[in-house]
Design a protein around this ligand. Structure first.
Ligand code: ASP
Length: 417
């Protein structure tokens, strides 16, 4: 059976098993199977991928930038990446806001009290928000004082700093070459990158089982009532994500990249599944790189650069989700946001999309900041937490899809423009 069929089967079986066993989620035996078998299995899979993300990001970016500087001119590619990232993010937030204002899912929902676990999660996120830095400081800290420290804290918000260092390092290595000095490090980083990809290939053997385990946990825990009570809100998010994927991206691919959207989406099927199952742009990065190179036939230098940066800095799905969520919560609490406040939500959502780590739940601290800024009671997060895992799966799929679309746009322009 082909890998993506296996993954779909695991998704379906995992969610059905979770739903079926949800009524027995207090049963000790089933809880033990979940805690001692399925949960560790999902975690082993995710951690094995995360294990190679730092060396892969560093080597991928250093080699990518080095090659780009040699072949295409980095400045041009970087400029186009930035431009398309801002364009795609802005459109996605606007799509979200139009839908949430049109359908007003929050008008018919009443908040149910938080259970203890949700409350704990809310408090944990609140702590992160309290520790968050002002914008100017966050910008300055993109330059790491110590790249090794940035590497160790890559999943605690330092990943942009690590990327910044890798970019500069790649350019500096290129300058050595310009002076006709031999650059011994490049083959070394290339080997490192290939070794990372090999590890990913091994870990992927575990994917069908891990997907079952990960999906089972969400449905086993929350069952269908939580999804039903928030169904409308979830539906609006999904409709907006689908609109962005099939209307906006199709238009961008067709008109700007001159590619068939259908063929493009078909080639990316497997990546979408991985993104959906892992809820992590970073964990999906190895797969995206492979598909971009082998199936979409994008230039490896460009796709490495755009996809690696994009896995953290281009989160269209997250930006769209954040806009909808803030307005939904405002509706739930009966808070009317004026146009100027909605514009603020748009701008902050775009920035939040850029600054979100590509890990499961990476956007939650930023949503917290956004809701606080708008004067919305932070307890509303409990409502979101209940369905976040599922929506995370959906928005991550758009995040990753957006990265691939931008890589295609930049590739087209960089090679033919
Ligand atoms: N899970 C998302 C990603 O990895 C980030 C988020 O929206 O929480 O792309």
């Amino acid at each position: 059976m082909k890998t993506h069929y296996k993954l779909i089967l695991s998704l379906v079986l995992g969610s059905l098993a979770g739903l079926f066993l949800h009524p027995y989620n207090q049963n000790e035996f089933i809880q033990n199977i979940n805690s001692y078998l399925l949960e560790p299995l999902g975690q082993i899979f995710l951690r094995s991928i995360f294990m190679i993300v730092v060396p892969m990001i560093m080597s991928g970016l250093i080699v990518g930038v080095y090659q780009l500087t040699s072949h295409h001119g980095l400045a041009q590619v970087a400029k186009k990446t930035l431009l398309f990232t801002l364009l795609a993010s802005s459109i996605s937030v606007l799509v979200g806001l139009v839908m949430v204002n049109g359908f007003r899912p929050g008008d018919g929902v009443t908040l149910s009290p938080l259970d203890a676990e949700d409350l704990n999660k809310v408090q944990a996120v609140q702590k992160n928000v309290a520790a968050s830095k002002p914008m100017a400081q966050a910008l300055v800290e993109i330059i790491p004082k110590n790249p090794f420290e940035a590497a160790t804290k890559a999943f605690d918000g330092e990943i942009l700093a690590l990327m910044f260092f890798s970019l500069i390092f790649g350019v500096a290595l290129f300058r050595q070459k310009e002076k006709n000095q031999e650059v011994l490090w490049i083959p070394l980083f290339e080997e490192c990158y290939r070794a990372c990809m090999k590890i990913v290939e091994w870990v992927m053997g575990l994917a069908p089982y891990a997907v079952f385990a990960l999906v089972f946990q969400s449905t086993f825990k929350f069952g269908h009532p939580i999804l039903l009570s928030l169904g409308w809100y979830v539906l609006v998010v999904i409709m907006a994500l689908l609109f962005q994927q099939f209307v906006v991206y199709s238009a961008l691919l067709k008109w700007l990249a001159k590619r068939s959207p259908l063929a493009f989406f078909k080639a990316c099927r497997e990546v979408y599944l991985y993104a959906f199952a892992t809820s992590s742009s970073n964990a999906t990065l190895p797969r995206s790189l492979e598909i971009a190179e082998h199936k979409l036939k994008l230039s490896p230098e460009i796709s490495r650069f755009v996809l690696t940066i994009g896995s953290t800095a281009n989160q269209n799905g997250t930006a769209l989700f954040e806009g909808i969520t803030v307005l939904f919560l405002a509706q739930v609490y009966g808070i009317d946001l004026e146009l100027s406040q909605q514009i603020k939500v748009i701008l902050m959502s775009i920035l939040a999309g850029v600054g979100t780590a590509g890990v499961p739940g990476g956007s939650l601290p930023l949503i917290m900041i956004l809701t606080q800024q708008m004067g919305i009671p932070v307890e509303g997060m409990g409502l979101i937490m209940g369905v976040d895992r599922f929506l995370d799966m959906c928005r991550t799929t758009l995040n990753v899809s957006g990265d691939l679309v931008i890589a295609a746009l930049v590739d087209d322009k960089a090679t033919t423009g």
